[in-house]
Design a protein around this ligand. Structure first.
Ligand SMILES: [Cu+2]
Length: 376
């Protein structure tokens, strides 16, 4: 039922496209590079700036419908994923490269899927040209003309669009300027490390006892899930597919003095990244590198359906919480990641002058009440 409706839409669009004359450059002389994608929060190796001429960058993604556990209570959903992870893998190219994606929908899946790149121009971001049934694959090429970080997501038509997205089917692509990132004066900015945090809102129905329900298939979960979705109150707001996916032993690693780029995407809902005890030194809040970055931000705003990027140099060691600063979502619904930062503590930036002690204990020593005259 889901497939037929979408395929009809697709057939109508294909007919239109066939009728129109095509304008194309000769790309046969361009170099081709093949990139192996890696699962978030990691990002495949890439140059930050490149001297190479624009090239064709080949990617391949398998769509996987699979059950995933989304919290510490063992709540499971039938996720839909690009390449098996929620979010899908981060792709990196440079401005004016061509992205050539082979998208595969194995016959073990049950639904039609496609991909809409917010970085691409035309045909619903490629969504109209990539709708594939189980057992099919498709190859899409688009020119990455705009630098920045952009969301991609599945958009198979009608009510399938929000359902596939909130079932995990989104990711991000980073289109770097060919000469790399720059500060507000045009000076180059490099990063020592980059992480990709993809945020997801889930809408899991509850039974009469208030327990999250489990379903035998995605199709079976659909009617009740849509009822929860329509109320717009997520049951989970998580980073990288599950509560705790980036905390504790899964914490993101960094060292004092390292400049870390964090790309944060949300394909469906607004978010407010905040690094507790840190800042955004340089933030492209809307994620678009043609604009100068903002500086010294405390919290930044990720519009639903977009990705943003923040650069921060860690100055103190310790565990930092990276949250969405609606703290109900961060603490009650799961929107928290951790950075574990090694290095030497800098007393100049912060020092605990006296540890917690009974009220008035410090008075005897004079440091809190200097009028007593007992200088410490
Ligand atoms: Cu899909």
């Amino acid at each position: 039922m889901f497939n037929r409706r979408s395929m009809l839409m697709c057939a109508a669009v294909s007919a239109l496209l066939v009728a129109a004359p095509a304008l194309a450059q000769d790309l046969s002389k361009l170099a081709r590079v093949k990139v192996d994608l890696v699962a978030p929060p990691f990002i495949h190796p890439h140059e930050q700036a490149t001297k190479a001429a624009p090239r064709i960058v080949e990617f391949k993604m398998n769509i996987e419908e699979k059950e995933i556990t989304i919290d510490g209570d063992g709540t499971k959903i039938h996720a839909m994923t690009f390449n098996g992870s929620v979010p899908g893998p981060m792709m990196v190219v440079h401005e004016n490269d061509y992205v050539e994606l082979t998208l595969v929908n194995p016959d073990t899946n049950s639904m039609a899927h496609n991909i809409d790149f917010h970085a691409a121009t035309g045909a619903l971001g490629g969504g109209e040209l990539t709708l594939i049934n189980p057992g099919e694959q498709v190859v899409l090429r688009f020119k990455a003309t705009r630098p920045g970080v952009f969301v991609y997501h599945c958009a198979p038509g009608g009510p399938m669009i929000p359902w596939h997205v909130v079932s995990g089917m989104s990711g991000a692509i980073m289109v770097l300027p060919r000469d790399g990132l720059k500060d507000e004066t045009g000076k180059p900015l490099h990063y020592d490390k980059a992480y990709y945090v993809g945020e997801n809102d889930f809408y899991v129905p509850k039974d009469e006892n208030g327990k999250f329900k489990h379903y035998d298939s995605g199709g079976e979960s659909y009617p009740e899930t849509v009822e929860v979705m329509r109320k717009l109150i997520p049951t989970h707001v998580v980073f990288n597919g599950a509560v705790g996916a980036l905390t504790g032993k899964n914490a993101l690693q960094a060292s004092v003095g390292e400049r870390v780029l964090v790309v944060h995407s949300q394909a469906n809902r607004d978010s407010r990244p905040h690094l507790i005890g840190g800042h955004g030194d340089y933030v492209w809040e809307t994620g678009k590198f043609a604009n100068p970055p903002q500086k010294d931000l405390e919290t930044w705003f990720i519009r639903g359906g977009s990705a943003g990027a923040a650069l921060y140099t860690f100055r103190e060691p310790g565990i930092y919480a990276y949250v969405t600063h609606n703290l109900i979502e961060a603490v009650e619904l799961g929107g928290t990641a951790h950075f574990k930062v090694d290095g030497k503590w800098n007393d100049d930036l912060m020092k605990q002058i006296r540890p917690p002690e009974p009220i008035g204990a410090g008075d005897k020593l004079g440091s809190i009440a200097p009028h007593t005259g007992h200088a410490r």
